[in-house]
Design a protein around this ligand. Sequence first.
Ligand code: TXD
Length: 308
Amino acid sequence: MDKKVTIVGAGMTGSTTAHWLADKEIADLVLVDVVDGMPQGKALDMQEAMPIIGKDVTITGTNDYGPTAGSDIIVITAGLPRKPGMSRDDLLAANTAIVSKVAEETIKLSPDAIYIVLTNPLDVMTYLTWKKTGIPANRVIGQAGVLDSARMRAFVAMELGVSVENINCYVLGGHGDSMVPLTRHSNVAGVPLNKTMSKERLDAIVDRTRKGGGEIVSLLKQGSAFYAPAAGVAQMAEAILKDKQLIVPAAVYMQGEYGLKDIYFGAAAQLGANGVEKIIEYELNDDELAELQKSAQGVAKNIAALGL
Ligand code: TXD
């Protein structure tokens, strides 16, 4: 393949991202991890699955960065996941050290790469990656909104018994409990969401969406969600590699949208060969805007704590 995607952190989300991407047959894959033998073992196992699913993808596992050289996309999932009872912000200190190193090492060998960050706390780690790589902000994107919106879409589909393909939901804001599901802009085959169910049911879906990550963490008891987050990364990587100009909610660098500046934050972003090609700004009412700004304050506080 003439495209290469590197995934740093070959744990649950990293290896599952490789799995979804291999199935799309759009790039060769490199899995990097600090654990001796683990990325090599997972890569080889996945490589051996390729004849079965009929995909000509080369998957390499490594503990050093050499094989990552010339990557088109670098996905960062390296870091600690949440344990039950932890918030995403509790991961800040440990993951700052890990993500800084990963960003600094990878950019040396792949100066033209576009970064997709997954490590939590997501908005802050995306900002950190942008700073540590020193590349233009359009080439650093955080994955959260695709996942949060997909959770909401899944819950709406379960409620209404309608195909997930008919359901459009948009969750903006920081990737935390203050995220902002935009119910007014969400719809089922064009019908506004609030016309499809009672306010009570819709409120319950909004609440479940906000707590969606925690629901999985408490069920799994160790680690956090991985199938859906990884599917989100794979969709974003595909949009970039194929220059699809696909609009998805993602953590992007805000330059005045919704009155926000100098933070990475969840907004609708058009993804193409240059990474973030455009940010789409919705018309929000005063309540929606206030919720977004409140969410932004939490992210800004953590970004300030990085002391960059
Ligand atoms: O939507 C989202 N953004 C998220 C984010 C959804 C799910 C998980 N989210 C976060 O991603 C989670 O809170 C964590 O911060 C990361 C990774 O979660 P994952 O579930 O994949 O964690 P694992 O299975 O522990 O994998 C992390 C791997 C593990 O194998 C470590 O050995 C490795 O990261 N690791 C490193 N790899 C390379 N280099 C360094 N320095 C390193 N340090 C740890």
